[in-house]
Design a binder for this molecule. Structure first.
Ligand code: TXA
Ligand code: MG
Length: 315
């Protein structure tokens, strides 16, 4: 990766300690995870949380996800239940976030979870974020490292381009393997998916009884806002072809050698398609296209999450 930004660092012991000392002081840093890159801050620090909301221009009513290396570390912050343990055992560390009731004794600052009675917790798998989490005594709030409602970053350069020198440290962990945000599952009642992700309902159903989320959900969350994950260009979905000079996002082998087309996965692999989605959004934006057409994407497995992001991006 060409690095013209002096605030992007390779990961080593020295930068690990520097990152930790910055987090302790309430500073905000850009870190890799297996899903997307995050803007990390100390979840106990009001200063850090305010900084994150400001940097992202994120509405204060939209709660953040709190990250830990393991569930034991979250035991003073949330109330676990059987469904949590079933999913934790199977999928963690990994790309899944759980909404649980907050413990009264929790030290998580109420700004982090927008004063709600619940907290979103996640146990990421990426080695760099894990080695940081294992070496600190506080959890990290970490929304995706992008301006509110725009495209989530999948590498260090994306983060640097979004925030320039406003953050002092961005750790380069290469491209995020998964490339879209974690599945968010509400476990405070009957389990329901609030934000689809790479771990889809078909797999989750094997471990817990899922209910379908109603359209209007009481909790307001940015991932649930209509317009989100957007490249800021008009986008039309489920198209067979694109108009001239427009970008065409395609999927599968039948779309070959088409001008201005960007194939999510030539071999029609939905996981690969998910990992290419934001990369392609950014490419199209950089090339200056004025309109995006998108072919039909199968709506199962990771396809559910891809269609969710496409629908929100097209609003
Ligand atoms: O993959 C990910 O989850 C990434 C990486 C960096 O960990 N993080 C991420 O954070 O996507 P963010 O802030 O961009 O999205 C968090 C989602 C939002 O839709 C938010 O509303 C929801 O989680 N959320 C957080 N706390 C919640 C709560 N207490 N109740 C309901 N939804 C909540
Ligand atoms: Mg986000």
């Amino acid at each position: 990766m060409k690095n013209i930004y002096s605030n992007i660092f390779s990961f080593n012991k020295k930068i690990l300690f520097k990152t930790i000392s910055n987090l302790k002081k309430g500073n905000v840093v850009g870190l890799p995870t297996e899903t997307v890159y995050g803007l990390a801050g100390n979840a106990y620090s009001k200063k850090a949380i305010i900084k994150i909301y400001r940097l992202k221009k994120r509405p204060k009513i939209n709660p953040l996800i709190v990250h830990y290396s393991n569930y034991q570390k979250a035991s003073n912050d949330v109330i676990f239940n059987n469904n949590f343990f079933k999913l934790y055992k199977k999928f963690c560390p990994g790309p899944i976030t759980f909404i649980l009731n907050k413990q009264k004794k929790s030290k998580i600052h109420s700004f982090a979870n927008a004063n709600l009675k619940t907290i979103a917790v996640r146990f990421p798998k990426n080695n760099i974020i894990r080695s940081i989490l294992k070496n600190i005594k506080f959890p990290l709030v970490m929304p995706s490292a992008n301006l509110s409602s725009s495209i989530s970053p999948i590498n260090a350069l994306d983060v640097a381009e979004e925030f320039k020198k406003k953050i002092k440290i961005i750790i380069n962990g290469g491209n995020s393997k998964i490339g879209i945000e974690s599945t968010v599952v509400d476990l405070t009642g009957k389990p329901k998916i609030l934000r689809p992700g790479i771990i889809g309902p078909e797999i989750l159903k094997k471990y817990v009884k899922l209910v379908v989320a109603k359209k209007k959900i009481k909790i307001k969350s940015p991932g649930m806002l209509k317009k989100h994950y957007s490249p800021g260009i008009p986008m039309i979905l489920n198209q067979k072809y694109a108009k001239e000079k427009c970008a065409f996002i395609t999927f599968g082998s039948k779309y070959k050698n088409i001008k201005n087309s960007f194939n999510l996965s030539k071999k029609a692999d939905l996981k690969e398609a998910a990992s290419n989605l934001y990369k392609i959004f950014r490419k199209i934006k950089k090339k200056g296209y004025k309109k995006i057409y998108v072919s039909k994407i199968p709506n199962y497995g990771p396809g559910i999450a891809i269609n969710d992001r496409l629908i929100r991006a097209s609003k």
